[in-house]
Every structure is written in C-alpha cells, then in structure tokens.
Design a protein around this ligand. Sequence first.
Ligand code: G3P
Length: 220
Amino acid sequence: MQIFLDTADVADIKKYVKWGIIDGVTTNPSLMAKEGKDPKEVIMEITKLVDGPISCEVVAEDAETMFEQAKIVSAWHDNIYAKIPLTAEGIRATKMCTEAGIKTNVTLCFSVNQALLAAKAGATLVSPFVGRVDDVGEEGLDLIADIVDAYNYYGFETKVLAASLRHPQHVRGCMQAGADIITIPPKILDKMVKHPLTDNGLAAFNKDWENCEACQNLYK
Ligand code: G3P
C-alpha cells in the first residue's frame, strides 16, 4: 500500500519525507488556500521533495475548462495528476484527460456508483472520502471495501486512494479493505508510529544495557 501526504505544507512535507516512506502528495483548494502561497510554486516545490504522484486540483465547473486546467497543471511536471471533482462534467473532463494521456485523481467520491463512472472514464486514481462519509452517519471504510471489491471483480485499473482519513483507525481499516493508497494529514503519521509499549520496552532495554559492564564495548 502506498502512503501519500494530504497537505500543501512544504515544511511538513520536508520533515516527513525524511522518513523515506512517502510515495506521493495530494492537495486540494482548501489545503492550498490555507498556505496562502502561489499554488504553482507550492506544487513545484513539492515535485522537488517527492518523486511520486502529486495531485493538483482543477477549479472549473465545465468539462472543457477543467480539461484546459488539467493540461496546464500536468505540463508543469510528469508527476502531476489533475485532480478532478466527481461531477458529470468532471467525468467528461476525466475522459478527455485519459484520451490525452493526462493522469487523473477523481476526487469527492462518495459512492460505488460514482467510483464506477470514474473507472469507466479511465481515471488513474479515485478518491473516496472516508471521514466525510462517517460525518453523515455512514461507514466510510465500507465504501473503500465496496469499491475495492467491485474494481477487483471487473478488473478496472483505476487505483483506490482512500482520502479524508482522520485517525490511525481509518488507516488500519483501509489496509484491511485493500485500498491501494492512503493519503493522510502528516499528524496521523506521528500517531501511527507511537506506541507506549515500544517506549516502555525501549526504556527497559536501555536500562539493562547500561547495567551490563560486559556489553559496553560492542559498538565502540
Ligand atoms: O484528501 C481530501 C481530504 O483533504 C479531505 O479531508 O478531513 O477535510 O474531510 P477532510
């Protein structure tokens, strides 16, 4: 399973890329607006930090303009995916991108039916939003499992990128559901790596080692 960072915060990306486990980055208009910087500069900076798919969202409502915007962002760098909302116009734009060889991440997906349309349009990635499905009292992780099952059954090549993940339990659920990719806010990585039994175990190992005189020369 690939792990993407869901952020446009370059400082955060720099920090977590050092872990050596980041496969890509997703952004959206809200994340971009939060940074308050020139979006192209932000995206280009990210391309220097991460050698993998980087999603940049189009902001038009009609397919023709979405396609024009997708051409613009995808020309900046080979790793840039045009992120396209899952509307009827977005599906049309996705199909245009597929035919033009532009990689796409079809976003704001909330149902298996929508995911089917994204796959039929040749989307490279589809982004179902787990947390926002939970927000309306349904099971976001079920949506991931259902899309993965349906795509596998029919052999669609579109990859399932689980988005809107809010906590480590979502990450575990996405693994169990077979998501191809998760995109997570960086703070979730801190929560994933931390375990009190690791901290306790390490403290005990270190204490025992310090008390062992015969052990002290091993790494000298
Ligand atoms: O990738 C989509 C994600 O940024 C949305 O997350 O927490 O705003 O639902 P959230």
